[in-house]
Design a binder for this molecule. Structure first.
Ligand SMILES: [Zn+2]
Length: 415
C-alpha cells in the first residue's frame, strides 16, 4: 500500500523514538513493512493488556482500572441487574470524546483494545511527546463495558433481553439512559461505538472483514452531513494505517438508517460517530489479533501514530469495500451425498457457548447446497467421497457436528 509522504515522515519520527527506547527493536529501515513490524513487537512487549479471550466481564477489567495512573473513574452507572458500570476519564483537553464498548455483552474485542490503549497512555517508554499532546488535547470518556449483565451471561442483549443498540429512541433500559445522559452531559465532538461482528462478514476481495467501520447515516436519505464527513475523515486515516497490517481486510458497514440505533441517533444529533466492528482474522477465534488492529486504529485516531493532525479526504471513505455476508466458518466442498447425484458443499458455523468462564466454539451444520458464493475460513475438499456426519448419511441442518467420517478412505475429518 502507499502511505503518504507526510504520513511516513511522522510515523518514522515516532518509530525512531520507539527504536531508541526499546531493546527489542531490530534493524530499522524506512520501509513501511519494517516500521509496522517494529510497532507490532513493541505492542507485544509494552502495550498488551493482561486480559484475554472472548469472555470479558467487570471482574476482568477491575484490576486494570486500579493500576492505571491516568484513569479517573468519574461515574458509576447501574445496570438493570444492579451492577456498577464504571465511566472512565483520561486527559484534560478541550475535545471531549465519548467511547463505549460491550454495549452488546458478548462483543469484547474492542474492550481488550481499549485497555491496550489505556496501557499505552500510562507507560513511560515510547510515544511520550504524542501522549502528552493527546492528554492535553482530548478528554476521553470511556464506558468499557456498557452492558455488564450481558457481558457476564455472554449475551448480545442486556438482562431484560433488550438489544441496547435498538433502544436509542425509546430509552427503556438503564444502560441506554446512562449512555444518553453521558452524551448530553459530555457534549462530545466525537463518539466511538465499539462492537464485534460475526465471522460471516467478508469483502469482495475474498478476504474476511477483519475490521469494519461505519459513519452511520443521519437520515433515511443517507445524506453526507458535516458530522458524517468528519467521521469519514477519521475512518479514512485509520483504514490507511490498517492497510499495512491487513491489506484488503477492512470493510465498510451498511449505512441503512435506523433511528433506534445509537450511532444513527447521535449522528442525527450532529455529532460525528464512528462504528467500529472487530471481525475475524485467520484462525483467530479468540480475537487476539483483531484487538491489536483495533488498538493501532485507536493510536492513529488519537494522533499518537501520526503525530501531526492530517485532514483526510472524506470521499476516500467510499472506496473502502462494503461488508458482505459471504463467509462461513468451515465449508466442506465436493461432498457426495447421494450416488449418481451432483456433489454439494456443506457449511458449518460455530456457535459460541459459555462453559466454565470460557467461550467454547461448537460446530453446527448450517447449510447444504452449491455455496459457490461463499468462502470458508477453513475449506476442506472431500474429493467427491461419501461422507458420514455423526455416523449418518443424512445431513441435518442445525445439528451439532460430533464426527465427520470419510466412508471411502476411512479417515476422520478434524475441524
Ligand atoms: Zn454489536
Amino acid at each position: 500500500m502507499v502511505i503518504s509522504r507526510i504520513g511516513v515522515y511522522f510515523c518514522t519520527q515516532n518509530l525512531i523514538n520507539l527504536l531508541v527506547t526499546n531493546v527489542n527493536i531490530v534493524l530499522f529501515t524506512f520501509d513501511n513493512r519494517n516500521i509496522f513490524m517494529n510497532l507490532q513487537e513493541t505492542y507485544r512487549t509494552l502495550f498488551l493488556a493482561p486480559i484475554q479471550g472472548r469472555y470479558i466481564t467487570l471482574k476482568h477489567i477491575r484490576p486494570l482500572l486500579e493500576t492505571n495512573s491516568k484513569i479517573e473513574i468519574v461515574k458509576e452507572g447501574i445496570s438493570e441487574k444492579g451492577k456498577e458500570i464504571p465511566v472512565l476519564k483520561i486527559g484534560n483537553g478541550s475535545k471531549n470524546v465519548l467511547a463505549w464498548s460491550q454495549m452488546h455483552g458478548n462483543e469484547s474485542t474492542t474492550t481488550k483494545a481499549i485497555f491496550d490503549f489505556l496501557g499505552c497512555i500510562d507507560q513511560e517508554k515510547v510515544f511520550q511527546k504524542e501522549i502528552k499532546t493527546f492528554l492535553s488535547s482530548y478528554t476521553l470518556y470511556i464506558v468499557p463495558i456498557l452492558n455488564p449483565d450481558g457481558a457476564e451471561a455472554y449475551t448480545r442483549e442486556n438482562a431484560n433481553d433488550v438489544d441496547l443498540n435498538r433502544d436509542a429512541k425509546a430509552l427503556t433500559q438503564k444502560e441506554s439512559r446512562l449512555l444518553n445522559a453521558l452524551f448530553t452531559e459530555i457534549n462530545p465532538v466525537l463518539c466511538l461505538n465499539l462492537h464485534d461482528q460475526r465471522t460471516i462478514y467478508g469483502l469482495d476481495t475474498n478476504k474476511s472483514a477483519t475490521v469494519s467501520f461505519l459513519s452511520p447515516a443521519a437520515n433515511i436519505e443517507r445524506t453526507v452531513t458535516s458530522a458524517r464527513k468528519i467521521a469519514m475523515q477519521y475512518i479514512v486515516g485509520m483504514n490507511h494505517v490498517l492497510q499495512s497490517f491487513i491489506p484488503n481486510q477492512v470493510g465498510r458497514y451498511d449505512d441503512t438508517f435506523n433511528a433506534n440505533c445509537v450511532g444513527d441517533s447521535f449522528t442525527a444529533a450532529g455529532v460525528p460517530t464512528i462504528l467500529f466492528e472487530a471481525g475475524h482474522y485467520a484462525n483467530d477465534y479468540q480475537r487476539e489479533k483483531t484487538r491489536e488492529f483495533i488498538f493501532y486504529a485507536l493510536l492513529e485516531l488519537f494522533g499518537i501514530l501520526s503525530s501531526e493532525e492530517k485532514i483526510n479526504d472524506y470521499k476516500k471513505y467510499f472506496t473502502i469495500p462494503k461488508n458482505k455476508k459471504n463467509f462461513r466458518d468451515v465449508i466442506l466442498r465436493n461432498v457426495n451425498l447421494e450416488k449418481g447425484k451432483r456433489s454439494v458443499s456443506i457449511a458449518i458455523q460455530y456457535k459460541e457457548k459459555l462453559i466454565d468462564d470460557k467461550i467454547q466454539f461448537a460446530p453446527y451444520i448450517e447449510e447444504v447446497g452449491d455455496l459457490s458464493n461463499y468462502r470458508g475460513h477453513k475449506e476442506i475438499d472431500i474429493n467427491n467421497r461419501d461422507l458420514l456426519i455423526n455416523s449418518q448419511k443424512k445431513v441435518n441442518i442445525d445439528e451439532k457436528v460430533l464426527t465427520i467420517h470419510c466412508k471411502n478412505n476411512g479417515k476422520e475429518i478434524i475441524l
